[in-house]
Design a protein around this ligand. Structure first.
Ligand code: SF4
Ligand code: SF4
Length: 229
């Protein structure tokens, strides 16, 4: 096994469901460009917990979401410490953190979805979520940036949503615009982020303080493929 595959194996043993490596140099902000490699991990969510979501989130889903994020932060911290002990620079992107850098809108310092498509983990669905072949959108993502050079996985450049419109029809906020993702599409062409977050804020305060929904993840059939096997 070469160095890339040894690292992939090690990260899977730490608990990642999927691991990929992507070159991110051209999409990173200037102050992070020296960390050109993105290590993308996906953690599979519980099908049982997601199956309980009907037309709104559940308390259990909210807890599961937060537990998965905490696990991802632990995992990406361990990966970055391991890389640092080998002599490389490494930085874990927080699993779920929004910062207001430009004074306009809150967003993560780097998008996990971008790293994941670059690293071959999946495509971005019409629901605006990363969708994997194995688990559909029933995953949470983590990213480690490093200056370690690895054998990069094939970037995903094509959506496999096809003509499906399940998530669009199910969204109670009418926030999904129905566009088919491609790498150069702007996020606002896929989803009205404000409509989504306003709906969650106004309707789900009693379940998860208005920050989770999960309906467009639950209805995606790509996420149930594995259950049919
Ligand atoms: S999270 Fe809920 S409100 Fe937001 S796009 Fe998905 S289904 Fe719509
Ligand atoms: S429900 Fe259909 S359109 Fe929406 S993300 Fe899943 S496959 Fe794509």
């Amino acid at each position: 096994m070469n160095q890339t595959e040894i690292l992939r194996q090690k990260i899977k043993e730490m608990g990642a469901s999927k691991v990929g490596f992507g070159l991110l140099e051209d999409v990173l902000p200037n102050d992070l460009k020296h960390l050109k490699t993105g290590i993308s991990i996906a953690i599979r969510l519980s099908d049982e917990i997601i199956s309980h979501i009907k037309d709104e989130p559940t308390h259990t889903y909210f807890h599961h979401y937060r537990t998965a994020n905490a696990f991802i932060d632990q995992l990406t911290l361990r990966i970055s410490m391991e890389l640092q002990s080998l002599g490389y620079l490494a930085m874990a992107i927080p699993a779920s953190q929004s910062v207001n850098i430009d004074g306009k809108e809150y967003r993560g310092i780097f998008q996990h979805r971008t790293a994941a498509t670059r690293a071959g983990i999946g495509w971005i669905g019409k629901n605006g979520c990363l969708v994997t072949e194995e688990f559909g959108p029933r995953v949470r993502l983590g990213t480690v940036l490093t200056n370690m050079e690895l054998d990069y996985d094939d970037t995903i450049i094509k959506s496999k949503c096809g003509a499906c419109t399940k998530c669009i029809k199910a969204c109670p906020a009418l926030a999904l615009r129905g566009a088919l993702w491609h790498p150069n599409i702007e996020r606002k062409e896929l989803i009205d982020v404000r409509a989504c977050s306003t709906h969650m804020h106004n309707h789900y305060q009693h379940i998860g303080r208005g920050v989770v929904c999960g309906v467009c993840i639950k209805v995606c059939e790509k996420g149930t493929n594995i259950l049919k096997r």
